[in-house]
Structure formats: structure tokens, C-alpha cells
Write a protein that binds this ligand. Sequence first.
Ligand code: PFF
Length: 450
Amino acid sequence: MRKTSQHGQWSSRLAFILAATGSAVGLGNIWKFPYITGENGGGAFVLVYLACIFAIGIPIMMAEIMLGRRGRQSPINTMRDLAREAAGSRFWSWLGWLGVIAGFLILSYYSVIAGWAMAYVVRVGSGVFDGVTSDGVSNIFGQFIADPEKLLAWHSLFMILTMLVVARGVKGLERTVKFLMPALLVILVLLVGYAMEQGSFQQGVSFLFKADFSKITSDGILTAMGHAFFTLSLGMGAIMVYGSYLPSKISIGSTTIIIALADTAVALLAGLAIFPIVFANGLEPGSGPGLIFQTLPIAFGHMAYGSIFGALFFVLLFFAAWSSSISLIEPAVAWLVENKKMSRMRACIWAGLVTWTVGIGTVLSFNIAADLTLFGKTFFDVLDYLTANIMLPLGGLCIAIFAGWVMNKETARQELSLKHAALFNTWLFLVKFVSPLAVLVVFLKAIEVI
Ligand code: PFF
């Protein structure tokens, strides 16, 4: 029997593609991908990341959308009901809880970094970087993150904006993403053009695509896999909840491929825009989370109309973050509405307040509490490692196991309705064996068991 969601549904296939791409394309592609690639030595890391997207990410994304559409509720209730339907254990609803917690934790720091992007709209737009040197850019960035009050103000503003969209429900989400994605793509291509002309383009390209496997560690492999989950918004119910708003007749297979390709293209374009500038200016590719804030302003500071293009770029980065952040909190909000009988507005206020509070930890980890570390990691580092490298792959592993081993095969076949039997069998093989084994092997390697 097919259900419908009490929260509404997407008006068309395009709306779903835009919303899911909006969730996938975010800070992960433009801010995180370049700096973790820089920290992990370039090409080999990129190759592992691409392999993870195709062998693990795409099959799990299909599984997650499929489960969401079958359950038509928040991930917690969806997993509970689907487990019941398949006569599985009640334990599966914990998968939903794991996702809700991961969503809170990720959004708490995501919002702080999105705040940086908003602050940079003002900075770049007002011409602060005109004719600036690389040292100048680094100083400006250093001073900015040393100021907890400023970071807190931007974090608060971003959280308010996120909750405003979520409060308006599926329709609010849809309207916001329709214009953002195409605009972001155009400006990224423009920036790649600049990097080709003015940067060390060759050096950037070989850094990104020339694989030197001696540069990658087992922790680097874990980071690449974790990032594949992070960038596709997998393993925590965000894509599952978006799937629950997907009309029944829309094909999940082809839609997933489009979303994954778009997401990968944006990440690679961001790398192609950033690394040539890094090398041309003698900057350090492994300089960490500040990388794009210390490189792109140099480009904007030296190009004609740079302050306009620059401001536009950070506006779009903020928009990309915005359309991702709404999906991070949607599973929790949907659950509060379903189970606590709250209005959407009330649910948003509560969820937003909790996230905002945790976010203060990240704000302080860049300044006052920078020395407060656990295993050499600051509060922000710990959150990032725990969520992206552990919680999301673990969630994805469970989703693959559920879809491949617990759920009735015929139900899955019907819900996915792939055109050819061979496609379904390939998908089933991937979620049953390849994805779970790959995640397990990477986990075991990271803790040095194998
Ligand atoms: N995919 C987003 C990005 O790359 O920025 C981040 C994200 C959104 C992760 C939603 C997880 C999620 F559920």
C-alpha cells in the first residue's frame, strides 16, 4: 500500500532534484572539499573520494530515497514502520535517532562556517581586499576568527534564516532552491576562468588529478569516504526525509545519478578555481578550514570588478549552505511535528535553539577555546570528525544493510522500479555486499585493526 506524507510533497521531479542537489551542494563542496584535499596531498585523495561516491554513495543514496518514499514519515518513524513491515527488529528506529543527532551536531558547526561566508559578502563587497597581498588576506581572516562576538552574531543570523525557511515547510524549501543552484554554477565557472588565466593552472590540475598514493594515509581514506557521505548528505536521514516528499511515479535511479554528478562537478570546479590561486600565490594547500577564505579574496582583490564578483560568490556560497542547512534539521523537525504534535513553527524554534547552543562551542574553538583539545582536536575538529568520519558512514552502513538484507526484495524492486532487471540486481549487489564491506574495511583500517 502506498502512503502519502502529512508534510506535503514536491511539486515535480525538477523540484526534488533541485532540493536534493541543494542539500548535497553546500559548504562541503566549496569549503571542505578543497581544504581536506589540500591536507591529504591531492590526487590520490580525490581518486579515493570519487571511488567512494560511485561505489558507495550512489547505491546508498538510492536506498535512502527509496526507504524515505516507502515510509513517508520522519526517518525515525519511517525506520520503525519499515522494520515492522519487514518483521525486523525495533532497533532500526535508532538509525533515525542517530541521524537526528548527527544533523544537530553538523548544523551546529555548519552554521558557524556559513556565518563566515556571510561576513565575507560584506568584506569582499566593500573593497577591503582590493590589491591585497596573500599575507594581508591571511591577517584579515585571522583577525576575523579571533573575534567570538562577530562569529556568534553571524552564526545566530544564519540559524534564524535557516529556521525561517524550515518553518514554511516543503513549499518554502522548494522556492528557495530554484534560483540558487544555476546561479552558483555560473559563477563557479567564471572563477575557474580566472584561475586559468591568472593562476598556476597546470600545477593546480596536477595537484588535483595526479595520484601519488604515498601521500595518503588510512585516516585520509577514512576522510575521503566520510566526505563522500557528507557531500551527498547521506547517512543521517536528510535525503530520506526529502525522499518521503517524493511523488510515487518519479524514477529514483536516474534522479540519484543527476544529483550525484551535479554534486561532484561542483566540488571539482571548486578545486579547479582554488588550487591554481593557491600555487600562484605561494599559499599552503594544507592550511585547513580557512583555505577558501585566504585564497579567493586574492583573486577578487586583483580582478576587474572583483569586489562585485567576490561579493556575489560569497552570496552564492551562503545560499548553497542555506539550502543544505534546511535539510540537516528537517528530520528532527518532521519528527517533532509527528510525535510531539507541535506546530512546525514551534518545532523549528526548539530544534533551532538546541543547534544554536551547541554552535557556541564551535565559535569559541577558533579563539578563546582554541587550546582546549581532545586528542589534539578542537571542539570543531571533534564534531567534524565524529559526524563526517564516523556517524554518517555508520548510518550509511546500516541503511545499506537494511535495504539489502532486511527489507523485502519485492518491495524494494517495486519502489525503485528501475527499467531493467539487471540494473536492480546491480544495485542490490552493491548495497548488499560492496557498500557495507567497503565501509567496514575503511573503518577497520582507520583504527588499525587491518
Ligand atoms: N551535503 C552538504 C554539503 O556538502 O555541504 C552537507 C550536508 C547536508 C551533510 C545535509 C549532511 C546532510 F544531511
